[in-house]
Design a protein around this ligand. Structure first.
Ligand SMILES: [Zn+2]
Length: 85
């Protein structure tokens, strides 16, 4: 599984936990809701993955192309077209 595929899988899992947090009724403080805790930790991890997602060949960032320009990462670098594992 490539790095881009793992990233997309993490995003799907995060959306799944956010939906569970919104849908499943939890009695008590929401801070102790396991879906909230798992979603928060996974969100921080995804943020770290986003920051460190660069091409090993040319060093170009694969998600931030500019200040307000973002793209979904693919198997190949958008700049040098080399495969990213
Ligand atoms: Zn590259």
């Amino acid at each position: 599984m490539t790095k881009a595929a793992k990233f997309k899988l993490l995003l799907v899992i995060e959306v799944f936990f956010i939906l569970l947090f919104r849908v499943v009724d939890f009695k008590g403080n929401f801070l102790f809701n396991p879906f909230y805790i798992i979603g928060l930790i996974l969100g921080v991890y995804i943020s770290l993955v986003i920051v460190r997602f660069v091409c090993p060949n040319c060093g170009k960032h694969q998600i931030f192309k500019g200040t307000f320009i973002y793209k979904m990462p693919t198997e190949h670098c958008w700049h040098c077209k080399k495969k990213i594992d």
